[in-house]
Design a protein around this ligand. Sequence first.
Ligand SMILES: [Zn+2]
Length: 48
Amino acid sequence: MPVDPVCGIELDEELALLHEYGGKKFYFCCNGCRRIFIKKPRKYKNNT
Ligand SMILES: [Zn+2]
């Protein structure tokens, strides 16, 4: 199961918001988390 790298919760891949960064796919629970990631992707990209 994908994990939201910002808030750390497990997500349903079909319902989660997808964002691609550095050739990798990241999933988010909501637009808020996705926006936080987009602002500071380096802070979160290794958390998955
Ligand atoms: Zn989240």
